[in-house]
Structures are given as structure tokens and as C-alpha cells.
Write a protein that binds this ligand. Structure first.
Ligand code: ADP
Length: 685
């Protein structure tokens, strides 16, 4: 076995590989870019070497530099993770030339599977079932059009060199063919530098089912069952599970054997995944082979009780596969959800920023092993910690949340509970969306196909709901208690002096104050405002939301507080939640939901010289994505007027005062320079 390996990757997969290496007593060398100097993967490896600037092509894709680091640090092998150099045959060759072991398949197998067309030809010879189509060399437009007519519409055009869901076009009829072909070829050349395409029958309501295969250098090749990755958005996986719901033993064996035949046909070694597309009736066809460890490999580990990175290391070191086919069993059910820094309500636009607050459900520390059957059944693979940033340079994945249950029902219940416990403050994340997805009827009943998200769009993207009363009450209590603490700290030795404390206590009558919050939830545009009235009493408060027609003051009391966790009683209902403050925004996590309530502090701007209008300018160069203001309209202080997008992040320009929008100077889609005036604004007298 190796004594030291280099991990040519970053984020969760680099941490994941390092964890297994540490458990096996293998030393690890990390490489990192300037943007990742303080990243978790740098911290968890034994050594770390800077290889270049943030841009991947100047760092994580610099095979030459990485090989030089491996030589200099005495690493014997390189684990490429996924993405970056993991499917780069030239890099595998360069490792071999430098006397380093590439922890992955032989370069020849990568080349054979690198082209979707060539792979399909090979699979045809190995008698692996293929989607009806054309994958030959003739790229003449008239010829391909005739082939498409023969296949029957709808037809899917795919870039032969494609990947990551790019370079695909669905063609509905012969008249639309030529235009779709031209556009597919344009995207193929610009994304992959190769405009070769293939055409295949576009299946209706298909499922994506893939088989994990493993081969060693001694000629053994086995399959570790299947994963269902049908739940996708824009052809990218969102949820993955194992085993696939409704899979029969016979079909599993047939798919497993087809996958092993595919791997053997290219002399495969190591971990690989053979992707199939399956019809609802169970018939399945080869799609492609991924010649690396997949993002979703943990669900296979959870149901088989294996550590696939350990297997990779053993196979790369020349050892036989740790298990034979008939020693493998499926144990329970596992589901993985990809937690992304993104905004599902805005077309899954990535979000960047700092993870100001990160609280995760109790999970097995994967580094300690012992996965299946753990009481919590929850595993988190992540490359970031609280305080870390999601930068614009790399994939915005925050973590993979993986749950295991004795059956699918239990796994589902654990997933929704774990998502309810996942707290992220500082950037937009897809947690609420994932929760709706796993709790929705379609996924819960395993009515799976690749169009699940689009088909259930209305249920998955409900209209923004007003903040729950309990959430507003929690924010109000957190605010009042924080004021008390601040005031107690200020009055110091005079803590017993009622005049020195901001307790709201008044000599003769109860004191009522208004607290104004604005719903900061991204989907709630325009932002909704709430005016909470709190009346201080001896032992509790009265809570009122006068905006509601049937508003009745309700008793509000604090039952207990532990740090940022509060239990309150509002009327007869108890609410528990944690409240995290980020500047003026109170992030309330309660009942499995996350409310971001911006407190409009009347004191915050007191004393600041207030400009009385003039021009509102762009805070940075960017693009106008929404104009909410209209020329000639009266607006209130804080109303959102224009939303800009810069560095994939959105910025709202709001009215600084009540006043009049005199002119709007840009339209949606316009690029604006830093400091450019966006609106002419006149403050009310
Ligand atoms: P990539 O390499 O870009 O991931 P794939 O060939 O693996 O491309 O296909 C990605 C996804 O596109 C699949 O998971 C599936 O959802 C969809 N897809 C691919 N081929 C077909 C087809 N013939 N019919 C319907 N959907 C397909």
C-alpha cells in the first residue's frame, strides 16, 4: 500500500479522500489555489502546496505543476477526485511517465469512453443495449436529418464529446432538425472543441439508473448495484438514491452484467459508473461510462457497507478487490441530496458569499467509519466550515447530505428531518427546495423520471408565504433579550437599577413599542413588511400584528433560552427555534423553515447626515435583472427599486427615504458601470 498520496482536487471530495487515507495510515498532500489558502481540504491534509491562482485552468487543471509537487513531496500516487483532471487521459499518461500511480483507470479506457459515439460503437460490439440512434462518423446535415426521420421523433442530439448536461438538443419534428443541429454543433464546438454529434431516440419519462462497477488489475470485475439519479434539473443530478425503487432482482442482475461487460470491453480498472437510461417498463439502454468516482458514490457505500475510496487505493496499489460479487448484499436504503449555494426560485442561480452561520444535523463523522446502521443514519460530506466562503471560481456545492434507513420510508423521513435541521446563513441555499422535493408526493411515492422537477413545478415553487406569527415572535423575543443583555452589560455594577436597563419597564402604564421587520426571503418580491407591536408587562408581553384584520393581542412569554435557541409561548402555542442574527437580519429557524427577517432599526441611521435624494447609483459593475420602480411613482423608504446582479450575486437598490421616483435610467438586461446613476429620486419633504 502507498505511504503517501497527493490529492489533486479541492472541496468535499478532497476531504473525503483524505479521510480514508488517514484511516489507512497513508499520508496526504493537498494542492490548492490562491483562493483556497484557508480551505478545509488544506487543513485536513498532512501537507499542502500552493499551485497557482484561483482560476482552475491555472491551478487545479495544471497537471504539470501537480506532478512536480507530487515528485517534490515524495507522493507515490495521485488521486484526482472527480471533475478537474479525473477523466484526462493525457494527465494519466503524464503520471505514468513521471513514475507516479494515477488512482483511476488506464488512459486507454478513459480514451475509449471519452467519446460518447465511440463508446456506443464499442458497447454495440459487447452486446450492451443501446438507445436506438445513429452514432457514426457521417456528420452531413441531410444525412443526419434522414437518420433522425428513421429513428422517429422526438430525437435527442448530443455532443459526442459532451458532459455535464451540456450540448444536448431535443428535436420534435423533421422541420426543426437542421436548426437544432446547427445550434447543437455551435455549443459543442464552443464547450468541448469538437462539433461531432450523435442522434438518439428521445425517451419519454425515462429514469436515470447507473451501475457502480469496480475492477482490479487481476482481471476481476464486479458491480455494486445501482443508483437512481432521475431527479435532475437541467440534466444535472439533485437527489440520488440506492437501491433504485421498484427494481427487480432479475433486472438488477441484467443491468449489473451489462455494466460489467461494458467495463471489460475497455479493459477497465478501478471505480467506474455505467449510466443507463431506463424506460418506465424497465427496459434500459447504455448512455455513457464515467471513468472516475462519482459525486453520488456515498449512497452505494451506505447500502453495501464499503469504503469505495479504500477500494480505489487498494486496487491502484495492485491488490485484489476486497469482495467478490456473491459477498455483496444490499442493506437498507440510502438517499443523497446535494446542498448547493444557489437560488432555486431564480432559476438555480448560484450564490456566493460567506457561510456566516452553519449548523448541521447530528451526523456520523465519516472519518470514524461505521456507516450503515448508525442510530442517526446521517452522513455529511463537506468541504466547507462555518466562516468559509463559496467563491465564484468553483462549483457552488456546500455539502452532500446522505441518509441511511432500514427502508426507503425511513430514509425519506430522516432526510426531511436532517434538512429541517440544516441551518445556513450568509448565502442563498437550496435547502427549502430540497425539503419540498423529498416531501412532495412524486418523490415520496417514487414516481420517478428525469422530468420530475419540471412536472411538479407548481408544488415545488409555491408562492411566497407570509412569515409565520411564531417566527416574528421569536425574532421579537430574540431582539428584546439581546437588548436586555446589552443594557445589563452597559449598566455593569448598577445591574439592579431599573432606570439603567432597557427592560421596557415603565412606572405607571405598560409600554408598547413597534418593531418593524421586512421579509428578506428572496422569493418574496416585493419584500413584505410586518409591524409587530409589543406591549411590555410584568412577567410577559402582549404581541400584536395590527396589519391582520382579525389581529388580537396575544400573550407572549419566553419559556427558556439557551444561547441562540429559544422556546416561547404565543397564546396557547409553544414555538421552538433558533435565531441567528446577521447584522440587521434575524434568521429564524423554526418548524423546519427558515425565515430571514430584516429589522428596520429606527436608531440605526439616527445622526447620519441623510441625503435628500438625487441619484441612486450602482454599487458595483453588473447587470440589471429587475426594475421594480416606475417613473412617477411614490415609494416608501426601504422599497426595493432595482435589482442588480454582479458576480452571480444579487444586490437590491432600495429607496433611502419615502419619496418620488423621477426617472428610471436603465432597463432589465442592461450592463451598468460601477457608480452609474440608476434612478433619479426625490425625497418627500
Ligand atoms: P452528460 O454526459 O452531459 O451528463 P448524458 O448522456 O449522461 O449527458 O445525459 C444526461 C441526462 O440527459 C440523462 O441523465 C437524462 O436525463 C437525459 N438523457 C440522455 N439521453 C436521453 C435520451 N435518449 N432520452 C431522454 N433523456 C435523455
Amino acid at each position: 500500500m502507498f505511504k503517501k498520496i497527493l490529492i489533486a482536487n479541492r472541496g468535499e471530495i478532497a476531504c473525503r479522500v483524505a479521510a480514508t487515507a488517514r484511516r489507512l495510515g497513508i499520508k496526504t498532500v493537498a494542492v490548492y489555489s490562491e483562493a483556497d489558502a484557508n480551505a478545509k481540504h488544506v487543513a485536513v491534509c498532512d501537507e499542502a502546496v500552493l499551485i497557482g491562482p484561483a482560476a482552475a485552468k491555472e491551478s487545479y487543471l495544471r497537471g504539470d505543476k501537480i506532478i512536480a509537487v507530487a515528485k517534490a513531496t515524495g507522493a507515490q500516487a495521485i488521486h484526482p477526485g472527480y471533475g478537474f483532471l479525473s477523466e484526462n487521459a493525457e494527465f494519466a499518461d503524464a503520471c505514468a511517465e513521471a513514475g507516479l500511480v494515477f488512482i483511476g483507470p488506464p488512459a486507454s479506457a478513459m480514451r475509449a469512453m471519452g467519446s460518447k459515439s465511440a463508446a456506443k460503437s464499442l458497447m454495440e460490439k459487447a452486446a450492451v443495449p443501446l438507445v436506438p440512434g445513429y452514432h457514426g462518423d457521417n456528420q452531413d446535415a441531410d444525412f443526419l436529418n434522414r437518420e433522425a426521420d428513421r429513428i422517429g421523433y422526438p430525437v435527442l442530439l448530443k455532443a459526442s464529446a459532451g458532459g455535464g448536461g451540456k450540448g444536448m438538443r431535443v428535436v420534435d419534428n423533421s422541420d426543426a432538425f437542421k436548426e437544432a443541429l446547427a445550434s447543437c454543433k455551435r455549443e459543442a464546438i464552443s464547450s468541448f472543441g469538437d462539433d461531432k454529434v450523435l442522434a438518439e431516440k428521445y425517451l419519454q419519462r425515462p429514469r436515470h439508473i447507473e451501475i457502480q462497477v469496480f475492477a482490479d488489475t487481476l482481471g476481476n470485475c464486479i458491480y455494486l448495484f445501482e443508483r437512481d439519479c432521475s431527479v435532475q434539473r437541467r440534466h444535472q443530478k439533485v437527489l440520488e438514491e440506492a437501491p433504485a425503487p421498484n427494481m427487480t432482482d432479475e433486472r438488477r442482475a441484467a443491468m449489473g452484467e451489462a455494466a460489467v461487460a461494458a467495463a471489460k470491453a475497455v479493459g477497465y480498472v478501478g471505480a467506474g459508473t455505467v449510466e443507463f437510461i431506463a424506460n418506465q417498463d424497465g427496459s434500459f439502454y447504455f448512455m455513457e461510462m464515467n471513468t472516475r468516482l462519482q459525486v453520488e458514490h456515498p449512497v452505494t457505500e451506505m447500502i453495501t457497507g464499503t469504503d469505495l475510496v479504500e477500494w480505489q487505493l487498494r486496487v491502484a496499489a495492485g491488490e485484489p478487490l476486497p469482495k467478490k460479487q456473491d459477498e455483496l448484499r444490499i442493506h437498507g436504503h440510502a438517499i443523497e441530496a446535494r446542498i448547493y449555494a444557489e437560488n432555486p426560485e431564480k432559476g438555480f442561480l448560484p450564490s456566493i458569499g460567506t457561510l456566516r452561520h452553519l449548523d448541521t444535523p447530528d451526523a456520523v463523522n465519516f472519518e470514524l467509519g461505521g456507516i450503515p446502521g448508525h442510530p442517526s443514519g446521517v452522513r455529511i460530506d463537506s468541504g466547507v466550515r462555518e466562516g468559509d466562503a463559496i467563491s465564484p471560481f468553483y462549483d457552488p456545492m456546500i455539502a452532500k447530505l446522505i441518509v441511511w434507513g432500514a427502508d426507503r420510508k425511513q430514509a425519506l423521513a430522516r432526510m426531511s428531518q436532517a434538512l429541517a435541521q440544516y441551518q445556513i446563513v450568509g448565502l442563498a441555499a437550496n435547502i427549502a427546495f430540497l425539503k419540498r422535493l423529498v416531501e412532495g408526493e412524486a418523490f415520496a411515492t417514487a414516481d420517478l423520471d428525469t422530468g420530475l422537477i419540471e412536472r411538479n413545478h407548481d408544488a415545488l415553487f409555491p408562492a411566497a408565504q407570509p412569515a409565520a406569527e411564531g417566527a416574528l415572535a421569536l425574532a421579537a423575543v430574540a431582539l428584546i433579550e439581546a437588548e436586555k443583555d446589552a443594557s445589563a452589560a452597559q449598566s455593569g455594577a448598577n445591574a439592579a437599577d431599573p432606570w439603567g436597563q432597557a427592560l421596557g419597564w415603565r412606572m405607571n402604564n405598560a409600554y408598547t413599542r413597534g418593531l418593524s421587520f421586512t421579509d428578506d426571503y428572496a422569493a418574496a418580491l416585493p419584500a413584505k413588511a410586518y409591524n409587530v407591536q409589543i406591549t411590555y408587562r410584568d412577567a410577559d408581553w402582549l404581541f400584536n400584528l395590527p396589519a391582520c384584520a382579525e389581529a388580537q393581542p396575544e400573550r407572549l412569554s419566553l419559556m427558556s433560552q439557551q444561547g441562540t435557541d429559544f422556546s416561547i409561548k404565543l397564546g396557547d402555542t409553544a414555538w421552538h427555534g433558533s435565531v441567528r442574527r446577521d447584522g440587521d437580519v434575524f434568521h429564524v429557524f423554526t418548524g423546519g423553515a427558515h425565515y430571514a427577517l430584516a429589522y428596520n432599526d429606527p436608531m440605526a441611521h439616527a445622526g447620519e447626515a441623510e441625503a435628500d435624494g438625487g441619484r441612486l447609483t450602482a454599487p458595483m459593475p453588473g447587470k440589471v435583472v429587475a426594475v421594480l420602480a416606475e417613473k412617477g411613482r411614490q415609494v416608501k423608504k426601504g422599497d426595493a427599486l432595482v435589482i442588480m446582479e454582479a458576480m452571480k450575486m444579487e444586490h437590491t437598490i432600495s429607496a433611502p427615504h419615502d419619496g418620488l421616483v423621477e426617472d428610471v435610467l436603465y432597463a432589465v438586461g442592461d450592463q451598468v458601470a460601477d457608480g452609474a446613476p440608476l434612478l433619479a429620486f426625490k425625497a418627500a419633504a
